[in-house]
Write a protein that binds this ligand. Structure first.
Ligand SMILES: C[S@@+](CC[C@H](N)C(=O)[O-])C[C@H]1O[C@@H](n2cnc3c(N)ncnc32)[C@H](O)[C@@H]1O
Length: 301
């Protein structure tokens, strides 16, 4: 794909820019991140791309973007920081808070003989899956609710932060004092100014790397709810459709799919029905997906 087909060429090579950065560099970078993570980078993001990746050039002691790009061979370790630099990780505890009572109500209805299964599929630094875990603890009135949460992201760097569950205290400012006392431990000595998520909450969650673009996902059971929030916005329409179709294969027939507030998925209305503010239910008659893999077949077998 060529994002820059009709774009005029540009070069950052002036005094404010340490490195020369050409339209060709940008096009190669945007093609690579599109292929790897499905992320579309319009040309107006060129300055952002320059700023984020020039840090890598500095760390690696490189003199040009073309030198940097030659590092990105198939199995290069540089893919990890490349993807980390070009993904946006903005998140917050109880972001789009109107979703959490819906999640809790649905989980409460589902809990019975089997455990409730939830998935945060673009978990970033963990605030979203921990908010889901808190909502579950509140709903079931215990730190040990019958709930398992899978938290995944393409970027292993943010997952490491998520796994640790340590946040500057400002990140939890919007939570009530009662919630803070119940679900977080305050840091002392060298951790003053930080809180750590309660270990019982952490036990509810499994963190794993997963690229939503991968043709095969290894989960074997469907989820009761999927949080896929504020990630589709970085994908183009064909990618959104592909990811949504794949997600719906992993959603229980009466499950809920949660999208982000600014994600317009109207063009995918044939796949699901809205049932709340950016909350959706899969259509009863599921589209006939090709049976790509045994695991995907197992999911609904
Ligand atoms: C803006 S954050 C959203 C975090 C959280 N869901 C929320 O709404 O607060 C977007 C996340 O999507 C992840 N992401 C981007 N492309 C992805 C892909 N292809 N597969 C999985 N995660 C991806 C990024 O690494 C980033 O952590």
């Amino acid at each position: 794909m060529s994002l820059l087909k009709s774009a005029s060429s540009f070069v950052f090579g002036d005094r404010q820019h340490e490195y020369r950065f050409t339209a060709d560099d940008f096009e190669r970078i945007s093609t690579l991140i599109y292929q790897r993570a499905g992320i579309c980078l319009p040309q107006r993001k060129a300055e952002m791309v320059y700023n984020r990746l020039s840090r890598r050039l500095r760390v690696l002691g490189l003199h040009s973007f073309s030198d940097y790009l030659t590092l990105l061979s198939d199995d290069s370790p540089e893919w990890k920081p490349f993807i980390g630099a070009l993904t946006t990780h903005l998140t917050a505890f109880f972001r789009e808070e109107y979703h959490f009572p819906i999640l809790a109500g649905h989980a409460g209805d589902k809990a019975g003989n089997s455990r409730v299964r939830l998935w945060s599929c673009a978990a970033s630094t963990g605030e979203e899956p921990y908010s889901m875990a808190i909502a579950m603890a509140e709903r079931f009135g215990t730190l040990y609710p019958p709930v398992d949460i899978l938290a995944t992201d393409v970027d292993t760097g943010v997952l490491e932060t998520a796994r640790q569950g340590v946040y500057p205290i400002e990140r939890v400012q919007s939570l009530s004092e009662r919630m803070l006392r119940r679900y977080f431990l305050r840091g002392g000595r060298d951790k003053t100014g930080f809180v750590k998520v309660h270990p019982e909450l952490q036990q509810m969650i499994t963190f794993e790397q997963l690229n939503l673009l991968d043709p095969v996902w290894t989960m074997t059971k469907p989820f009761d709810s999927i949080f896929c929030r504020n990630v589709m916005i970085y994908f183009d329409r064909p990618t959104q459709k592909r990811v949504l179709q794949h997600c719906l294969r992993y959603l229980a027939p009466d499950g809920l799919f949660f999208a982000g507030h600014s994600e317009n998925l109207n063009h995918l209305a044939d796949l699901f029905d809205p049932c709340g503010k950016t909350v959706y239910r899969p259509h009863c008659a599921r589209p006939a997906y090709p049976a790509e893999t045994a695991l995907d077949a197992v999911c609904y077998a």
